[in-house]
Design a protein around this ligand. Structure first.
Ligand SMILES: *[C@@H]1O[C@H](CO)[C@@H](O)[C@H](O)[C@H]1NC(C)=O
Ligand SMILES: *[C@@H]1O[C@H](CO)[C@@H](O)[C@H](O)[C@H]1NC(C)=O
Ligand SMILES: *[C@@H]1O[C@H](CO)[C@@H](O)[C@H](O)[C@H]1NC(C)=O
Length: 390
């Protein structure tokens, strides 16, 4: 294309107008015919593939035109496999039921026909369709492409405003309305998990919100999660109104009071456990029916289910720090004035309350923390290189 234009330019500057211009026009006509022929060659055979890859890979971007339409040997085939293994276009029109069915399919063969580098899926619940702390996360992710993927559940019809080189760009999944404390919140969490499972390289799945921050560097978070033998679903039982008091006898005999548990909404799951959670069709309907305010499914469903069926795979703690010390229905919110190196250091190293990692004691118990208000962004960006190491 460029060569052709240069040729015409040369022709026109020679000041021998007519014959050369005529030649140039003939040349352009032949060139245009070539483009049309090339286009036909690309689009013609495409019909064949669409009839069967459309069946294998419904509603994903199977065809993205091989290299601008100039070279084409096996249209759709290679791109189709890559897109099947790791969808790059996240929008689809599957219902939740169809999506979960597809997401819980697991390869029976242990070997992957591609180089599989395990990734961490960062799943954001953006309740109001904004991610005010995105610049901090962008700094955290920078330079680690290929080791993570991002998913955002924002209210339907909203578009998270980020630049096109951001890891959040075009990472919104098909969403539905959620309301605080209702089962729709748990539905959204499961929707995030299911969409993230479609990428076969995602190995660990962490739920976050727009007010969460990373308190460790990416390499630390990545090694911690991919190296863990356990998932991080907080599980506990308290003999009080906020735990025992939320159990409904109507869940028996499938879920009995001794099996009832509570824990933080902010979970982290291995791929295996994520699949098992989505595959549950027995217990979730009981929560939908019998766990209504003041019972909150997002605080009871996973802790109860994981503890009942997969306890040995769980650490029973969360990797997301939150401060409930003030009491009440909502935890403490840190604004600009509350952000100090000391606060973040105390979260990074739980010297007073160590935990275990792969059955060994450690003081690195938290990878993330909440809740931080939008005006905390500037002070967080100030201290992130020295305190958080990113
Ligand atoms: C999804 O889109 C396809 C075509 O893109 C259409 O044939 C199908 O009916 C749609 N399904 C739903 C559930 O809307
Ligand atoms: C999106 O972000 C840009 C840059 O931060 C800003 O200039 C613009 O006004 C924002 N758009 C909306 C709709 O918020
Ligand atoms: C978590 O609790 C389950 C069930 O009580 C138990 O089997 C498991 O060993 C615990 N995990 C750890 C890391 O202690």
């Amino acid at each position: 294309m460029k060569a052709t234009l240069d040729d015409v330019e040369v022709v026109l500057t020679r000041k021998e107008p007519f014959t050369f211009v005529a030649k140039a026009v003939v040349f352009l006509v032949i060139f245009a015919l070539g483009v049309v022929a090339g286009f036909w060659a690309v689009t013609g055979p495409r019909q064949y593939y669409s009839s069967y890859t459309g069946f294998l890979f419904p509603s994903t971007a199977v065809y993205r035109g091989g290299g601008g339409g100039s070279v084409c040997c096996r249209p759709g085939v290679d791109v189709g496999f890559a897109e099947f293994v790791a969808p790059t276009r996240l929008m689809h029109n599957m219902s939740d039921e169809q999506l979960v069915w597809r997401a819980t399919m697991a390869p029976a063969s242990g070997a992957y026909p591609f180089e599989r580098v395990p990734k961490v899926a960062f799943m954001f619940l953006a309740g109001r369709g904004v991610l005010p702390l995105a610049p901090l996360w962008e700094r955290f992710f920078r330079g680690h492409e290929g080791l993570f993927s991002v998913y955002v559940h924002a209210p339907p019809g909203t578009m998270v405003n980020v630049s096109n080189d951001s890891p959040f760009y075009r990472r919104q999944i098909p969403s539905q309305e959620t309301s605080w404390g209702s089962v729709t919140l748990m539905d959204a969490e499961k929707r995030l998990l299911a969409n993230a499972l479609l990428d076969f390289s995602n190995e660990r799945f962490v739920l976050l919100s727009e007010s969460c921050i990373p308190v460790q560097s990416f390499p630390t978070v990545y090694a911690y999660l991919t190296g863990s033998r356990h998932s991080f679903v907080e599980v506990y039982y308290h003999q009080n109104k906020q735990c025992r008091g939320r159990y409904s006898r109507r869940m028996a005999p499938d879920i009995t009071l001794p099996q009832w548990r509570k824990g933080s909404q902010w979970f982290e799951l291995s791929r295996d456990l994520a699949m098992r959670v989505l595959a549950d069709t027995k217990y979730y309907p009981l929560f939908r029916q019998h766990c209504r305010p003041s019972c909150y499914p997002d605080e009871h469903y996973l802790p109860t289910l994981v503890n009942m069926l997969h306890g040995e795979q769980n650490s029973n703690r969360t990797v997301t720090y939150v401060d409930w010390s003030r009491g009440g229905a909502h935890p403490a919110m840190y604004g600009a004035e509350a952000v100090t190196p000391d606060l973040i250091q105390r979260i990074r190293r739980s010297d007073k309350q160590p935990c275990t990692y792969n059955s060994r004691p450690t003081s690195t118990c938290f990878l993330f923390a909440r809740k931080f208000s939008p005006d905390a962004l500037a002070p967080l960006l100030n201290i992130s290189p020295t305190v958080m190491q990113y």
